[in-house]
Design a protein around this ligand. Structure first.
Ligand SMILES: Nc1ncnc2c1ncn2[C@@H]1O[C@H](COP(=O)(O)OP(=O)(O)OP(=O)(O)O)[C@@H](O)[C@H]1O
Ligand SMILES: [Mg+2]
Length: 118
């Protein structure tokens, strides 16, 4: 089982009044457990869009993805239980190190962090 698996991942945005934007076109990706993977590309390449699909925040248009063996579309609940995601903007706790942020992120999403801090 792979930590992250994406097959032919695709996303097109249809902004009102503007031409459709193909943000992600057929991305194939395998990240194994314990691997540190740098997802690099020019501005607008579709990195954030890919990550939003892989973290269940955005519906997948085409292809498929699994996180920890769980299908992102069919088992979003399990996917969310298995990941930490620190978003590009405003997602990080600046007083925490990277690993702590990944641990805190799902707790923030479920409200545990807020309760523990109160
Ligand atoms: N909600 C949206 N509606 C319409 N177009 C969008 C939307 N989100 C992203 N896009 C477009 O999709 C493409 C990919 O954007 P995305 O933000 O995924 O790129 P990125 O690789 O994360 O860029 P950056 O390095 O600037 O963070 C861009 O052309 C962007 O303008
Ligand atoms: Mg981005």
């Amino acid at each position: 089982m792979e930590a992250i698996l994406a097959e032919n991942l695709t996303k097109t945005f249809n902004p009102r009044g503007n031409k459709p934007v193909c943000a992600v076109r057929g991305v194939n990706l395998i990240v194994r457990r314990g691997e540190i993977f740098g997802f690099l590309g020019p501005n607008g390449a579709g990195k954030t869009t890919c990550q939003r699909m892989l973290t269940t925040l955005l519906p997948i248009d085409g292809g498929r993805a699994e996180i920890a063996g769980f299908d992102v579309t069919k088992r979003a609940d399990e996917v969310r239980r298995h990941i930490g995601y620190v978003g590009q903007l405003g997602g990080a706790d600046l007083t925490a190190i990277g690993r702590e942020n990944l641990t805190l992120a799902p707790q923030r999403a479920t409200g545990v962090y807020r309760k523990a801090a109160a």
